[in-house]
Write a protein that binds this ligand. Structure first.
Ligand code: 5GP
Ligand code: MG
Length: 182
């Protein structure tokens, strides 16, 4: 990872800064206020999707001042820069969603395929409610209907890294979000 001002490089590709650390922090605070309004008396279970959402989830919960629980599940469908289409889920053995107000916390929605396949699996575990908080959405890439209850930013249809998102393992630790340069 080579870093110079607003350009970073990963595996030989260049990425340009799109969202600064400060801009993300501001939006995450606003999202937490929206959650406060809807969940303050519900003791929700926030369910972060690994690996990408680990930083967003960590920042979001620390801006929430009401009682909540947080857990993680691992779902993967990506292979480098492209969605592989196949979804693999790895539930923890003791994930109990029945009767809980569940808020899925996701880094980015691209085609929407991941959540389109995963939400029915969660719904079958009979939560009291099920909503989605996502930091980034690429509206031009959406292929299926996905509920977008809390959205951080709508972004262009370009591959991004940083703030938890990687390109073949690199870039997750960048504090800002960077988009692939043409
Ligand atoms: P979808 O199923 O909506 O096409 O893609 C969802 C998942 O693909 C996201 O949770 C994320 O892990 C990965 N993904 C989608 N777009 C990007 C992107 O621009 N950059 C990175 N690093 N991952 C992405
Ligand atoms: Mg993800």
């Amino acid at each position: 990872m080579v870093q110079s001002s607003d350009i970073v490089e990963a595996h030989g590709l260049k990425f340009q800064l799109m969202l600064s650390e400060a801009a993300i922090a501001q939006r995450v605070r606003e999202m937490a206020l929206e959650l406060q309004r809807d969940y303050a008396d519900k003791k929700p279970l926030l369910l972060g999707l690994l690996n990408g959402a680990f930083i967003f989830a960590a920042d979001l919960v620390r801006q929430c001042t009401f009682p909540l629980e947080i857990s993680f599940v691992r779902v993967s469908s990506y292979d480098g820069l492209q969605s592989s289409g196949r979804l693999t889920t790895h539930f923890g053995p003791d994930l109990e969603l029945r009767g809980r107000h569940v808020l899925l916390v996701e880094d980015i929605i691209d085609s929407g395929q991941t959540l389109h396949q995963f939400l029915p699996q969660l719904q079958s575990l009979q939560p009291a409610s099920l909503r989605v908080a996502v930091l980034l959405v690429k509206p031009e890439a959406l292929e299926c209907e996905v509920p977008l209850d809390y959205v951080g930013f709508e972004i262009p249809n370009k591959f991004v890294i940083g703030y938890g998102l990687d390109y073949d393992g690199l870039g997750r630790n960048l504090p800002g979000i960077y988009q692939l340069k043409e």
